[in-house]
Design a protein around this ligand. Sequence first.
Ligand code: PLP
Length: 446
Amino acid sequence: TAVSNRYPTAQLRALDAAHHFHPFTDTKALNAEGSRIITAAKGVWLTDSDGNRILDGMAGLWCAQVGHGREEIADAVHRQMTELSYYNTFFKTTHPPVIALAEKLAEVSPPQFNRTFFCSSGSEANDTVFRMVRFYWDQMGKPEKKIIIGRWNGYHGSTLAGTSLGGMKAMHEQGDLPVPGVRHIPQPYWFGEGGDMSPAEFGIWAARELEKAIDHHGEDKVAAFIAEPIQGAGGVIIPPETYWPEVQRILKERDILFVADEVICGFGRLGTWFGSEYYGIEPDLMPIAKGLTSGYLPMGGVLVSDKVAAGVIDKGGEFYHGYTYSGHPACAAAALANLEIIQREKLVERVANDIGPYLQARWRALGEHPLVGEARMTGLVGALELVPEKGNRKKAFPNTGTVGTMCRDISFRNGLIMRAVRDSMIISPPLVITHGEADQLVAIAK
Ligand code: PLP
């Protein structure tokens, strides 16, 4: 039987409980309380099966840059599906939408990027990165360069490579990960881990942990460093201003590839096309997903710099890597229509100059709240650090996520989706959120 949203909510919940194994969810616990069923969405507003309207403060999972329900994207996908629903890009074939998308990505990305390898998600993008950096060093005659350095509490997806490159210890514990050849350094999380250092001192300290790690293993053994410009899933960790310039210095002095994971920060989230541009850093590879299609269809990719292309394409033979859905025509059509909206509506500029500063000012004012230790936001991504006592950064809450989960549920009941990361509350709304909707978001969060 087809499940439709005309079924009574109770029946939908019962079917969900019986047959659906949810990702990143304790399904047993969920079934005790019943899942929330989202039935429709338009702009920044979701509708649930009880008819409630909820402000989507997380843009789905950090992805709905242009908002929900844009008919223009649906029409583009429909047209593409009736013309060419599927063909692959293996074995010397291609098709117009993937060509147009690859060209568009070369146009909007920094000048060193002129080529994209396509896949279906951020996790697949990072699996591609994992294999591509090793393939690169093989072609460059340095096959001993194998180690990839990531950061504790970074997130790069949930496949084997994604989980391994990421630094989520709870994920590593399920399945004896990371895979060999991956190391992790501390994250630049001043509020939680800065100790007695000033943010500026801590930024330098955290960057030099990278220097120490590279020098410990030897530059001739290290292939790449991977990091999100701002860690998203780790809790919107906005690094101190001293961090990225120091990391860039360290990498420039050494022969190490720099992978900026732009899955969240890309496509305008920080008020620049890519997060690395916001920080003035120069990656060699950029995994992308989410905002590439605003989530309308699944698509990811890896933007490959000319430097890496010179190894993996000019020197390399066939790279034995690819996915059935690499460059899927309907997904490429969705991405193109989405990027055209971002350009036409000047959403990147809007985040930099208009809605970004507007929401940031109101969000930071939440720092006055008696339970908020820090209210931080860059572009349209922000966090509230919940503390029991103002004036110090101690998390006397056990930091198990109990308080965060409670606040998240209260927020939902009041009509706003925020995400809880341990005991902090996160937002990452669609880039089209209006001033009035931003006011509503802050009023509910308060
Ligand atoms: N990289 C980053 C920075 C992410 O935030 C995510 C997902 O949240 C991923 C990779 C994985 O993307 P996906 O869930 O599409 O596999």
